[in-house]
Ligand binder design. Structure first.
Ligand SMILES: Nc1ncnc2c1ncn2[C@@H]1O[C@H](COP(=O)(O)OP(=O)(O)OP(=O)(O)O)[C@@H](O)[C@H]1O
Length: 429
């Protein structure tokens, strides 16, 4: 980046390349400008959409291939905190006289660049705060899901949750943050012991208790992408292997609702697709050993900073082989709402730390005991007016028909009794 002050304005220039290698900052700025332009947070009115040509006119254009850039000539105004930043997308000709050996035949070549202009009094602020902020934004979290062709496709991240907004008991949250923070600093340790740098979590809890929210919050905390593996779409261990190879380092692999995804049986023989390449119903199952062995083996060679999260609604849904000591590291139970979780939700949705209705609502929640954070969150979101929202929540709690829920809980306890509670020797958060 070069700077050239003019009157009381300062200009920083970010060129596409230094003549020898691409300037990574150029890509970072490009994706930042696109993201604010697409979200409507900037003044850009003209975006450029391209799909790089792959030599095959008839090939299907995949949405992953589409590239959006801010068009040359555009000016983009960005307000960051109190400062105004003006970005200009430009192009200049270079005759190769700046050490660019491959331009040295006399033909001009185009060099794209971004020009950032701002008031000189923001010099330090721009360098120490705005630019680092843009670098941080460049690592937006992407969610990927697998399709029937064993390819990852981008999906919309349903929620941009953070650990701050996640309602979870404070001590559990702290333990989780400690664990994640230690994990990302352990590269040397994993290298030394010769094991894959990965951490494995099991999340369980009834629907609506925040498992997906927690995963999104973990991804946000670590700035990792999420790969949501839908096992029902995987027809063989080979496909599974190929999908796993195509995930990036510093990412989270999620296998949700494992029992619902696929009937995984320990010891089941791996089924092969038929000669025509199609798979019948039976063959659409991958094996539990296939899943575990591939995950175990593959990343010890080529995976760094991997998190694997397996979720289910009840602990008993996990196959004992999956929960064998050494297989998974941390077990997290996401439970029903209690009064402390309700308080976190109230402060998140209405910035309330206290209210005369809090104790009554807290007591009701504890008595009912099987209300989910999702139900409470939904009631709190019904109105922007905290008073109305809290009254609505109280009405909902008072009117909750517990007969059906109780029947379900009773049935689950019976199941649990029958199956027994498996003793797990990992850390149980
Ligand atoms: N612990 C929580 N903290 C904050 N918000 C929560 C929490 N639990 C649920 N919610 C709210 O409820 C919605 C649904 O929760 P979420 O999808 O995370 O639950 P889940 O346990 O993953 O459910 P499912 O098993 O059905 O996928 C979220 O979008 C969020 O708004």
């Amino acid at each position: 980046m070069a700077s050239s002050p003019a009157s009381n304005q300062l200009t920083l220039v970010v060129e596409e390349s230094d003549g020898f290698s691409p300037n990574r900052m150029y890509k970072v700025v490009q994706s930042y400008l696109v993201s604010i332009a697409v979200s409507g947070a900037s003044t850009a009115r003209r975006l450029c959409i391209t799909v790089p040509y792959d030599g095959d006119d008839n090939a299907e254009v995949r949405s992953e291939a589409i590239q959006i850039t801010v068009d040359t000539g555009e000016e983009v105004v960005d307000f960051y905190q109190e400062a105004k930043f003006l970005w200009r997308v430009a192009i200049r000709e270079s005759f190769g006289n700046t050490g660019q050996f491959f331009y040295s035949h006399g033909d001009p070549t185009e060099v794209k660049y971004f020009e950032l202009t701002f008031d000189e009094r923001y010099r330090e602020f721009a360098i120490k705060s705005y630019i680092p902020y843009i670098l941080e934004q460049a690592k937006t979290i992407r969610l990927w899901t697998n399709n029937e062709d064993a390819m990852w496709k981008p999906a919309k991240l349903r929620q941009v949750a953070t650990l701050n907004t996640l309602a979870m008991k404070e001590e559990k949250k702290k333990a989780l943050i400690d664990d994640l923070s230690k994990f990302v600093q352990k590269k040397e340790y994993y290298n030394r012991i010769g094991k894959a740098w990965q951490r494995r979590y099991v999340l369980f809890g009834p629907p609506g208790t925040g498992k997906s929210t927690l995963i999104a919050a973990m991804a946000n905390f670590l700035r990792f992408d999420i790969y949501n593996l839908e096992l029902t779409k995987v027809t063989s261990n080979d496909e599974l292997r190929s999908l796993l190879i195509n995930t990036t380092n510093s990412s989270i692999l999620v296998i949700e609702n494992i029992k619902c995804s696929v009937e995984l049986q320990e010891g089941e023989k791996e089924k092969k697709p038929t000669a025509e390449g199609s798979a019948n119903d039976d063959e659409s199952k991958i094996t539990l050993s296939g899943l575990l062995n591939i995950v175990d083996g593959l990343w010890s060679d080529c995976g760094d900073e991997r998190i694997i999260i397996i979720t289910a609604n009840y602990k008993e849904m996990f196959d004992p082989a999956l929960l064998r000591p050494g297989r998974m590291d941390i077990l997290i139970h996401m439970g029903y709402c209690d009064s402390s979780v309700f308080r976190v939700l109230a402060s998140y949705y209405h910035s309330l730390t206290n209210h005369p209705l809090f104790s009554e609502i807290g007591e009701l929640i504890e008595v009912i005991s099987i209300i989910t954070p999702a139900e409470v969150a939904e009631a709190l979101m019904r109105s922007d007016d905290a008073e109305i929202a809290l009254k609505g929540l109280m009405d909902m709690l008072n009117g909750k028909d517990m007969s059906f829920d109780h029947m379900v809980i009773e049935a689950l306890w019976a199941l649990k009794k029958e199956w027994g509670t498996r003793l797990l020797e990992h850390v149980d958060i």
